[in-house]
Ligand binder design. Structure first.
Ligand code: ADP
Ligand code: MG
Length: 389
């Protein structure tokens, strides 16, 4: 029998005191700071310490109505955070407590940092975000792969991160819906001609189908699964990756693709003179990911073919190609699909906003179709610069 019930501010405070995380006598203040669509996020502050209590709700409010959504995602998030914390402790919030029945995770309070998307929109550059995120992705992916774990241990772990319901959301909203005239899509009327062109682009659809199949079947490593700039807390010195409720075993290129797509969309939302820092981040995250993945490969590898000439080079090139495609898909769906990015939506001037969104769409479609033509992040940046001239 499940003992689930939604917490209130009072019951969240009672719980953290009962658990001994705060003294009974501590005068704590608490409030709910989540956006209320999927999960409760309670911020609890005592005289000397603070904590976050995140609780999954048994439904999601999407397209104006609720649909049921498994509470199991809280357990996935909790286990993903703990695992990521073993591979990338500097970049992961500490987990203090979790309860599967209550669908809660109690974790480190990161309120001294800012959500990177918000900061980037406000003009922050976060000099270390690409270095840290590249290390996070390389370490968490390599550490949960066949190469590091060996196929038996990896399969056992993979089995515990199935996450069908949240994968279904990604498969629909990222990989399918934007390519068809369905009601989950959401775009401004000014983009209708561009969107209809996209729906009629048979070549693009074939490539989207190929990339979707990779996502459905790959199983390389435990992905974060939703690594956009809204899932990253940052400052000029620190980076923490939160919210891995979409974690599952998927293709190596997926997380870096979403991070870089969101950096490109932020770049498109800025004045031209202020884009360079984002472009540098895109090159840096790829260099760091490649370097760190290579270091780990050489240091700890259970694969008999690990030293076979050309294997790692081929694998890294393959990851780059699929990531270029996934990046393009993320740019498309964030422009015309259900879940937009504030970076583009918040451009006040209508012409500038539509131009930025058209670029996001056309650049995204180009990367999906021509992903095999790209072999370095410098080339991706050069292509975007040329497209927006
Ligand atoms: P959801 O899965 O509902 O999107 P998130 O994990 O993204 O939830 O959290 C929603 C918001 O709650 C974040 O944008 C952030 O403002 C706040 N939040 C989440 N985790 C923390 C944390 N560890 N420390 C401080 N604030 C947090
Ligand atoms: Mg989330």
């Amino acid at each position: 029998m499940s003992s689930y019930e939604p917490l209130t501010i009072d019951s969240a405070v009672t719980l953290v005191k009962k658990l001994g995380l705060f003294a009974e006598s501590d005068a704590v203040s608490a409030n709910e700071i989540g956006d209320g669509n999927l999960n409760y996020v309670f911020h609890i502050k005592g005289t000397e310490k603070s904590a976050i209590v995140k609780q999954a709700l048994p439904y999601a409010k999407v397209v104006g109505e609720s649909w049921p959504l498994t509470l199991e995602r809280a357990d996935i998030e909790n286990r993903a955070l703990r695992l990521q914390g073993t591979f990338a402790p500097d970049y992961t919030p500490k987990v203090y407590y979790s309860d599967k029945d209550l669908a809660i995770t109690i974790m480190e309070d990161l309120s001294h940092l800012e959500i990177a998307r918000t900061g980037l929109i406000g003009g922050e550059d976060y000099p270390l975000i690409a270095q840290h995120t590249g290390e996070f992705i390389a370490r968490t992916l390599y550490g949960t792969s066949d190469f590091a774990m060996g196929p038996q241990e990896k399969k056992k772990l993979q089995h515990t991160f199935c996450n069908p319901e949240l994968c279904d959301i990604t498969e629909g909203l990222v990989f399918t819906d934007p390519f068809f005239d369905v009601e989950t899509n959401d775009f401004e009327e000014g983009l209708r001609a561009d969107v209809e062109k996209l729906w009629n682009d048979a070549e693009l659809k074939l490539h989207a189908a190929q990339l979707k199949r990779q996502f459905l079947t790959a199983g390389d490593a435990l992905l974060h699964g939703d690594l956009h700039t809204g899932s990253i807390f940052a400052s000029s010195t620190e980076t923490k990756v939160i919210d891995p409720e979409f974690a599952f075993y998927g293709p190596f290129g997926f997380d870096i693709a979403h991070f870089t797509a969101n950096l490109f969309m932020n770049a498109l939302s800025r004045e031209e003179s202020r884009r360079e820092r984002l472009y540098e981040h895109i090159v840096t995250v790829w260099n760091v990911f490649t370097g760190e993945f290579t270091r780990l490969w050489n240091e700890n590898n259970t694969e008999a073919f690990a030293k076979t000439e050309g294997y790692l080079t081929w694998l890294l090139a393959d990851i780059f190609e699929q990531a270029t495609g996934f990046m393009g898909l993320e740019m498309i769906r964030r422009t015309i699909g259900l879940a937009h990015v504030k970076d583009l939506d918040s451009i006040d001037d209508e012409k500038k906003r539509l131009d930025a969104k058209r670029h996001s769409l056309s650049i995204g479609a180009h990367f999906v179709k021509k992903r095999k033509a790209y072999t370095s992040a410098d080339q991706l940046v050069a292509a975007v610069k040329e497209a927006v001239q």
